[in-house]
Design a protein around this ligand. Structure first.
Ligand SMILES: Cc1ncc(COP(=O)(O)O)c(C=O)c1O
Length: 424
């Protein structure tokens, strides 16, 4: 039997444990909250409020418009892209930070469609891919006379053939936490002459990603999950250097050809001329405050470098998710919960989902009322995210302890837990 003491001992021996002090955990701890939703919104880094105050009071308040030059606002996107690049196996100039994941996906898919083999009619994706990815792809497919074909997770590889123009997948599935074999799927796409677009929203900062070594084509990802950039943080996009060269050669225009993606924005020319490389993926003025917060978030992940970096994060992530699965299965039997995430650690991202046939929503609300914050994904998933930078082994123990109490007491049946909130 696993004990709380054994979890505390694992925390004491954990090389990543000191990184928890980079986060504003005091209010979380004071409330007795166990936060298992960093896969949706990362915890506030301690550095962020002071940095935001500085940007507001000094850079904006005193520097005013001069700060575009003097405080480097105009190169913020480039600077943060350079910090995200090593986390995804990319070179700094291949990444751009801008807009939301949805918007970046629109721009990237547009580029992929322009670069595809013209006789191919399909965009292939996973049936349970995140809805925004499917909506964006479906709209673009229809506009370009293509078809969005959806397949179950296990059948994706088999469907990659010479009808497919683009394979578009989220590396770690937002529902099940299933992690695709990026290298294998990318190789299959290459062999079949298809292009591949990876959504790294649930990967960046959580699992090792090596886009260059995988020889992927394009990628996008989110700033507010494991990168801890804050609510609505800007997102990122990446293209393989061969596509960057192709865009430059063909003067390819992105579909949102705004002034800050122009080769010379301050020439104020009436004709659009794309900037060189990924800089063309910028559209309008960057949200400086949000960018500043994102940089603080990315810095927390980079701070793990001395404790083993992303490899150490992955190792602890596997240990945390495994502990959670083991404890739920030991302590929450007889309540109709079934594991909805891969049992094999190699196929699992940094989250675990359990399905409940009818009352997942109410159980999650009751659990949140007991201070364990996960989330619910309709129709039946209780979803728990584990962020090795601040999640402790003892948090896992406490979370399962409270989950078993919620289930054993049946308190989730109280009417108040069935009232649906706008955000689940
Ligand atoms: C896989 C995936 N892609 C995209 C998004 C949404 O991105 P955004 O709201 O930044 O456009 C999410 C949000 O949770 C996601 O999980």
């Amino acid at each position: 039997m696993i004990s709380r003491e054994s979890c505390t001992a694992r925390d004491a021996a954990d090389a990543l444990a000191p990184l928890r002090s980079l986060f504003a955990m005091e209010p979380v701890d004071a409330e007795g909250v166990v936060y298992l939703d960093g896969n949706s919104l990362g915890v506030l880094p301690k550095a962020t409020p002071a940095r935001l105050r500085d940007v507001a009071e000094v850079e904006w308040g005193q520097g005013l418009i001069r700060s575009w030059n003097t405080a480097g606002w105009i190169t913020l996107s480039e600077r943060i892209a350079g910090k995200i690049a090593p986390l995804i196996g990319a070179a700094p100039g291949e990444v751009v930070v801008a807009d939301s994941t949805s918007i970046n996906l629109h721009k990237i898919l547009h580029a992929a469609l322009a670069a595809r083999k013209i006789n191919r009619q399909r965009i292939l994706s996973e049936r349970t891919n995140f809805p925004t990815d499917l909506y964006i792809a479906d709209t673009l497919a229809k506009q370009n006379g293509l078809e969005l074909v959806l397949e179950d997770t296990a059948g994706i590889a088999e469907q990659i053939d010479d009808r497919v123009a683009i394979v578009m997948l989220t590396h770690v599935n937002y529902r099940s936490g299933y992690m695709h074999d990026m290298h294998e799927i990318t190789r299959r796409a290459r062999d079949a002459g298809a292009l591949i677009v990876w959504d790294l929203s649930h990967s960046a900062g959580a699992v090792p990603v090596d886009l260059q070594r995988a020889e992927a084509d394009f990628a996008v990802g989110c700033g507010y999950k494991y990168l801890n950039g804050g609510p609505g943080a800007p997102a990122f996009a990446w293209a393989h250097p061969e596509h960057i060269a192709w865009m430059d050669d063909t003067k390819w225009r992105q579909p949102l050809s705004g002034w800050l993606g122009h080769a010379a924005p301050f020439a104020f020319s009436s004709e659009y001329r794309p900037a060189w490389g990924m800089a063309r993926f910028v559209c309008g003025t960057p949200p400086v405050l949000s960018m500043a917060a994102l940089e603080c978030g990315v810095d927390t992940v980079l701070a793990a470098e001395q404790a083993g970096g992303i490899a150490a994060i992955r190792e602890k992530s596997i240990a945390l998710t495994q502990l959670f699965i083991d404890l739920v299965e030991q302590r929450c039997g007889g309540h109709d919960l079934s594991l909805a995430s891969p049992r094999a650690a190699a196929n699992r991202g940094s989250q675990v989902s359990f399905a409940h046939p009818a009352h997942g929503y109410e159980i999650m609300r009751a659990l949140i009322a007991r201070g364990v914050i996960g989330d619910f994904r309709a129709p039946d998933l209780l979803r728990f995210g584990f962020t090795p930078l601040y999640t402790r082994f003892v948090d896992v123990w406490d979370a399962v302890d409270r989950l078993s109490a919620v289930l054993d007491s049946g308190e989730w049946r109280e009417a108040r837990f069935s009232v649906r909130a706008a955000v689940t």
